[in-house]
Design a protein. Structure first.
Length: 119
């Protein structure tokens, strides 16, 4: 059974940093793309960043240069990290970790972690 569990969200002032973690179990890391999405109140869920098993990363323009995605496949529990720097109030959202076999469709989702950036 695939399970994705996010952690690391919280309240931070504008300009601050947070690191989100996603612990993935029950899947073969090399077969999946791991992505981060976010959903702000009253808005649709949007793509943030993704990483392939080869370590190739891709970012939304809104976070490029501020967010960095990395993965750790060394242990049985696969980890994906989203380092978020220079946070802005518009980054406030629930952040979700997701796994998919192709970049256009994600099969598994975590429960989400709240990120709130105060001005």
């Amino acid at each position: 059974q695939v399970q994705l569990v996010e952690s690391g969200g919280g309240l931070v002032q504008a300009g601050g940093s947070l690191r989100l973690s996603c612990a993935a179990s029950g899947l073969t890391f090399s077969s999946y793309v791991m992505g981060w999405f976010r959903q702000a109140p009253g808005k649709e869920r949007e793509f943030v960043a993704r990483i392939s098993w080869r370590g190739t990363t891709y970012y939304a323009d809104s976070v490029k240069g501020r967010f960095t995605l990395s993965g750790d496949n060394a242990n049985a529990k696969k980890m994906v990290y989203l380092q978020m720097n220079s946070l802005k109030p518009e980054d406030t959202a629930v952040y979700y970790c997701a796994a998919g076999r192709v970049v256009t469709w994600y099969d598994y989702w975590g429960q989400g972690t709240q990120v709130t950036v105060s001005s």
